[in-house]
Design a binder for this molecule. Sequence first.
Ligand SMILES: Nc1ncnc2c1ncn2[C@@H]1O[C@H](COP(=O)(O)OP(=O)(O)O)[C@@H](O)[C@H]1O
Ligand SMILES: O=C(O)C1=C[C@@H](OP(=O)(O)O)[C@@H](O)[C@H](O)C1
Ligand SMILES: [Mg+2]
Length: 188
Amino acid sequence: MRVRRPCIALVGLMGAGKTSVGREVAERLAVPFIDLDEEIVRRQGCSIPDIFAASGETGFRRMEHDVLQDVTMARAGQGGVLATGGGVVVTPENRTLLRASWHVVWLRARVETLVERLARDEAERPLLQTGHPLAMRVRELARIRTPWYREVAHAVVDVDGLSVAAVAEQVIQSWCGAVSSQRVREGE
Ligand SMILES: Nc1ncnc2c1ncn2[C@@H]1O[C@H](COP(=O)(O)OP(=O)(O)O)[C@@H](O)[C@H]1O
Ligand SMILES: O=C(O)C1=C[C@@H](OP(=O)(O)O)[C@@H](O)[C@H](O)C1
Ligand SMILES: [Mg+2]
């Protein structure tokens, strides 16, 4: 039997819980955890707001793409859990890369859930600093990005009302389901 190491990437809007859930899933599966934003910050030696201030969203997206490529090369096949940033799907090449190399799980949340969570740490997320009400901005991002999350995801978990542990459990079940289906397809 071929050994399959978990390679799971989490996508979804800001506040959906990708970072929190990703850390928990990696711990439970005993594989490395990578947070794309944390990796960008480590490499650049400055915070996400500082990167946006210095290089704009275009510069940030270029860094995000480079780091995603490197992490995918390093981890795909080796095992790992990747928490992406909410806007990773904006770049078409990222969608292709994610879909081809990771089991992609979309953490889907209602706008109300996201707003409640993001109100606490809005300042860390430059794309929320528009001067418009938070709910309006989140709704706009959801409208633009939902088709991309749908395109890239192999599975969806609805996170509203669930604890981090409960979402992590569903992500792991989705991975197990994908492995079983692959075994059936390959006649193992
Ligand atoms: N399932 C959950 N239930 C309650 N709060 C959560 C849950 N998941 C994440 N949070 C909280 O929401 C905020 C955003 O979570 P985070 O993991 O940073 O999301 P993302 O990486 O998707 O932006 C944090 O304050 C986190 O503690
Ligand atoms: O939605 C986005 O475009 C972004 C989401 C953030 O990550 P989280 O989704 O982890 O908050 C971070 O990458 C950056 O502020 C841009
Ligand atoms: Mg995050």
